[in-house]
Write a protein that binds this ligand. Sequence first.
Ligand code: SUG
Length: 444
Amino acid sequence: MKHFEANFDGLVGPTHNYAGLSFGNVASQSNAALTSNPKDAAKQGLKKAKALADMGMVQGMLAPQERPDLHTLRRIGFGGTDAEVLQKAAQQAPALLQACCSASSMWTANAATVSPSADTRDGKLHFTPANLVDKLHRSIEPSTTGNILKAIFADSRHFHHHEHLPEHPSFGDEGAANHTRLCSDYGRAGVEVFVYGRAVTRPDMPAPKKYPARQTLEASQAVARLHQLEDDNTVFMQQNPDVIDQGVFHNDVIAVGNQNVLFYHQQAFLHTQEKLAEIQRKMDTDMHFIEVPTAKVGVQDAVKSYLFNTQIITLPNGEMAIIAPTDCEENAAVHAYLTELVTFNTPIKKVHYFDVKQSMQNGGGPACLRLRVAMNEAELAAVNPNVMMNDALFNRLNQWVDKHYRDRLTIADLADPQLLVESRTALDELTQIMKLGSAYRFQR
Ligand SMILES: N=C(N)NCCC[C@H](NC(=O)CCC(=O)O)C(=O)O
């Protein structure tokens, strides 16, 4: 049976805006209050997803969440008509309104942790939505994420869905952004690398001083238990707290892996050599550890350009390619490095650049925008086909964006009751396009 990796990109929602909600994420903070362009944002994402489909990759789309989130606003005491709820929240607690309007579900690397059936004891593909407890605006995503994943991966003969971890800082879980699966071939048991920022039960271990460590060791261990992984196919590594304090809020901002390649910055981890040796010992093939030295690319350049928030994909011809943001092309040191990288003796042979600036300005690069699901043909046949990218879906979604999305949105616009109407109208139509049933609360 054929095995491959599918990517599910988050469709950018109609309320995409810059509210500076993510302390520790430099782009989010420094672009706060910029005017956004939701239409461009959605189209940039669709273009990248379609390009991967055109390269022969299996590519799907995940629907955005319902925002403004009236349910949460009512839950915290804003009442009246929908328009009144928005107006009162805007007047009394603008930060809470902003948290309830973020289109942050677009970054589907944070939707869940996924373990392919080749790695798990029950031979099923496991999903655990990330609880994202570190940020208020993201902590309201996991239940709906779980519902969307269950609507797409519905067949219980193949897919095993878990509830998100308890909503407490001890179990801070950021999903696939802090998880990398390495393997010799997608269908063979691999090594799942969990990268955590701090260990709650081990206060003696180093932790960042300035910015939060969003992922805990305890959360990573819980996910590995739920997913029925063996010690032989898991590795737990600690992220270097110094780089978290320099703006590396997720591990996928400083490292990315694919099959037998791990591409990472010299300063990414603690106890690097020991941990890489453990990975190699547990792998059934020789690893390519591609370490980028600080002397060639500093941490600041890596964070600004998102050199490591690139996707490394295996093309149908077996070669690997890097999907990078155009910001990498614009940074001299990073561009020089990538140009050199394809000449090294590694499986990576090509770099493709994509403009995803609307997302980048909130700290989300190409890799943030996608959830990886390694699977086989039988599993793919069980996936809702209406979310899979092809010419027809690409054209249909672009028309849908043109019809419903604004081309400029400011923080002040979030209280506009018309934005709520537009968003609901758009999402209602989307559930018909993607055949998702009544996925949203407002439809029930
Ligand atoms: N690295 C990965 N996998 N994902 C990137 C997520 C970016 C997201 N930004 C935001 O949520 C900013 C929203 C705002 O400020 O309006 C975050 O910090 O959680």
